[in-house]
Design a protein. Structure first.
Length: 44
């Protein structure tokens, strides 16, 4: 029983880490795309 709880908590931690990476990466990619559009609009 103790092993099952440890296994589930480990999986939860891994999922939270993956989710955290997505939360950090997605806004960064969106920002870079917006910056590229901004640069393209500024360039003649």
């Amino acid at each position: 029983m103790q092993n099952l709880i440890a296994h589930l908590s480990n999986q939860l931690i891994v999922q939270l880490l993956i989710l955290g990476c997505f939360v950090l990466l997605v806004p960064a990619t969106l920002q870079s795309k917006l910056l590229m559009k901004l640069f393209q609009s500024l360039m003649p």
